[in-house]
Design a protein around this ligand. Structure first.
Ligand code: 3H9
Length: 703
């Protein structure tokens, strides 16, 4: 028997163990082995029932994602075909589920007549986050088993449910007492079924799934949810497949599901999301650092500063069960900070995301102090004080004095020179940048800034820790703004300049949100604060002193005290969160344009798109060439997790590959030549982009 499967017969029960580490992905070889083993059990007269379970900690994470987009994805036996064949066996098939049963893994369990789980099991259909839909019967079999509404909920949210909920819904028939006793319990279950002369497959409770929902269910569902789907394809395909389950007999429904699945698999959106899936796993690997490098233990964390950022950062650790000391200078600030953290947790309780007991557990892990002596034994200290180099350096001098040897000293700076911060300590090898994004307890992105002397084990430890607190960590070298904010600069610059040249803020933002961005560049500036934007710009003004038009609209709004949403006026007017266009901004742009002798004209959507996006892409390619970013995928992760770039477009560099690198380069040349001195100044292609196009490359890599 194939080594991907273990097969054993005892007491008339065949036990088939899936053993393809790390996650029992159902690639062609494992599919063939499962089929082989099941057929062997079916044709062995001594076998009366078959138990399928996963080796190690989990049942299966589903289809093998690396096969998608290639011939291997449906190589015989295809997953839908394999599962259909399992449903035809005339012996009871019992799935004994441990750890995770996801995607095709859960569909495999649905093809079995019976399912037993263990308490820590999570079951889910996460295909949607890969731009797919369940394609091996899930959209047809799950509604028939648990009803349309909960089935659709699992598929559209992509989120797993726990074992108790699965039992409640009828997705599990039984629960074992523990993971260790699961196989034993599955055997007992099988013997009970045989004793009861149970059929190989019982009738499903919702044989007519349409009867489980109101007649206008799908119409209502679309009305409520479709606006949030923007231009995403997958949720629409999921819905179409589940609708098919309500109107077609099983076999025809399965055929419809397969056609929809292939449409999704072939889509650019799914290719983009799969790219991000693998980029996320790759981001944790750092060339030159061994995967098994000894890590520093991190059991206690300290955060310096109890402001919005410090409090949010501290919550990440408390959420992961790691004790954290928060240090402030004054007791009022400390109390205010801790009260804000409590309020944040209370709002999670009121939304049902947390219970009162968990709130108290987390608050107990958070201890406030005014005394640096209390952080002396912290394994990791994260400084989150005001963004000014001198202030941060002062904090690091103190940390150098008080912290134990080997403690990791991190700065949550968003743009400052981490080398200059490390230089004030006698242990620069222990210093690193950890750039959290606001709100720090919510945003998934963490830029890990590797300074010149950061030790490899410090980098590796912070990357592992980031995973523990649920962040997507991306390594950046030291430069002004690191990966994300440095790319934001030319992107925002174009948005501002387009307003000067004649586009309205709403049109600029509209083009960007049409692409799927959460919000346009100018709305984002209003939200972040025109004052904050101004101050960051001001600290680096010498870098662009030669361009008098540089961010002039933004600077003028700043001097008018129009700081954005918080003052009710910025690029837009605000009433609460409601945004309105403001003629005064257009008048201001007209006045500045005439002062600067910038010609105002009608600007088309394509120009808005190309100027903002091509400059964003160009800067990303430049960062790769400079070695600030390690890979194109890392840059895509930064923008999709930290800046609202649509994941189904794959990030700016994946998008550039889809558009065609030659087209991006042509566009940059076009604006360089058509926008006068401004074009000559800013539309300079990154040398790496030129080299890639000259070499006929279609993928972005360092050459
Ligand atoms: C599907 O099932 C379609 C069907 O409906 C229809 C088909 C016709 N395939 O994340 P980790 C690798 S779509 C291939 O670091 P964790 C992963 O790349 C699928 N590889 O660990 C990594 O490899 P490496 C629906 C996979 O503990 C290693 O396993 N299923 C797959 O943090 C460890 O992964 C999903 O969408 C896979 N399916 O998280 C589940 N899964 O070491 C996707 C993992 O070389 N997977 N790998 O970098 C996950 O969500 C997480 O990986 C999981 C483990 C929660 C399982």
């Amino acid at each position: 028997m194939n080594s991907l499967i273990r097969y054993q017969v005892e007491d008339g029960l065949a036990l088939i163990t899936l053993a393809r580490p790390p996650v029992n992905a159902l690639g062609q070889t494992l599919r063939a082995a499962v089929l082989d083993a099941c057929q062997r059990a079916a044709s062995d007269a001594s076998v009366r029932a078959i138990i399928l379970h996963g080796d190690g900690k989990l049942f299966s994470a589903g289809a093998d994602i690396s096969e998608f987009g290639s011939a291997a994805s449906f190589a015989a036996p295809s997953l839908p075909d394999l599962l259909s064949r399992l449903t035809q066996l005339d012996k009871p098939l019992i799935a004994a589920l441990s750890g995770l049963a996801l995607g095709g893994g859960l569909e495999l369990a649905l093809a079995c007549g019976y399912r037993i789980g263990e308490p820590s099991l999570r079951l889910g259909l996460p295909e949607i986050s890969l731009g797919l839909l369940p394609g091996a019967g899930g959209t047809q079999r799950l509604p028939r088993l648990i009803g349309v509404a909960p089935a659709l909920d699992m598929m559209i949210s992509g989120l797993p449910i726990d074992a108790n909920r699965a039992l409640e819904l009828g997705l599990l028939d039984r629960l074992a007492a523990s993971a260790d006793t699961l196989v034993e319990a599955a055997r007992a279950f099988a013997l009970d079924l045989l004793g009861d002369l149970a059929p190989a497959r019982p009738q499903t409770p919702f044989a007519e799934p349409a009867a489980s929902v109101a007649e206008d269910f799908f119409q209502q569902y679309r009305q409520t949810h479709e606006p949030r789907w923007k231009n995403r394809l997958a949720p629409r395909l999921v819905l179409a497949a589940v609708e098919a389950a309500c109107v077609l007999p099983l076999q025809a429904g399965l055929e419809r599901e397969l056609a929809l699945f292939k449409q999704a698999e072939d889509s650019a959106q799914s290719a983009a999301l799969r790219h991000l899936f693998f980029a996320e796993r790759e981001a944790g690997r750092i060339p030159g650092i061994a995967e098994d490098i000894a890590l520093r233990p991190v059991a206690r964390v300290a955060v310096i500063g109890a402001g919005t950022m410090g409090g949010g950062i501290a919550m990440n650790f408390a959420n992961a069960g790691i004790p954290v000391v928060v240090l402030e200078q004054k007791s009022e600030a400390l109390e205010r900070g801790l009260a804000n953290v409590r309020r944040n947790y209370e709002s999670s309780v009121s939304r049902g995301k947390l219970n009162a007991e968990q709130l108290e557990q987390r608050m107990q892990l958070l201890v406030g102090t005014l005394d640096y002596a209390d952080i002396a034994d912290a394994d990791l200290v994260i400084e989150a004080v005001f963004e000014k180099l001198e202030i941060k350096q002062q904090v690091f001098r103190t940390l150098d004095e008080v912290c134990k040897p080997g403690a990791i000293l991190a700065s949550n700076t968003s743009s400052l020179d981490v080398d200059a911060i490390a230089a004030v300590t006698r242990r620069p090898q222990d210093v690193i940048g950890l750039h959290f994004f606001s709100p720090a307890n919510v945003m998934r992105l963490l830029e890990v800034v590797r300074a010149r002397e950061t030790a490899p084990d410090v980098l590796a430890t912070t990357l592992r820790l980031a995973k523990r607190i649920g962040k997507v960590a991306v390594v950046s070298g030291v430069c002004f703004g690191f990966i994300g904010n440095r790319m934001l600069e030319p992107y925002n610059r174009e948005a501002h300049r387009l307003v000067l040249e004649g586009a309205t803020p709403a049109r600029v933002d509209g083009v960007l949100t049409d692409l799927g961005l959460n919000m346009g560049a100018l709305t984002m500036t209003d939200l972040a604060g025109i004052d904050v934007n101004f101050l960051v710009r001001d600290s680096n003004r010498s870098a662009f002193a030669d361009d008098a038009s540089y961010y002039r609209v933004g600077d003028a709004l700043y001097s008018l005290g129009r700081y954005g949403q918080k003052t009710g006026r910025g690029f837009y007017l605000y009433e609460g969160r409601q945004r309105r266009d403001d003629d005064e901004v257009v008048a201001l742009a007209e006045r500045l344009a005439s002062e600067l002798q910038v010609e105002r004209r009608l600007i088309g959507d394509a120009e808005i798109h190309d100027r903002c996006l091509f400059m964003l892409i160009n800067e990303g390619i430049q960062l790769l060439d400079e070695g600030i970013a390690l890979r194109a995928g890392d840059i895509d992760l930064v923008w999709t997790n930290g800046y609202g770039f649509p994941a189904w477009v794959g990030g700016p560099l994946h998008y550039a590959e889809q558009l065609g690198l030659d087209k991006v380069l042509d566009g940059i040349h076009r604006y360089r030549d058509s926008l006068g001195t401004y074009g000559q100044r800013w539309f300079q292609p990154a040398p790496l982009l030129e080299r890639l196009v000259a070499a006929g490359k279609t993928r972005i890599e360092k050459i």
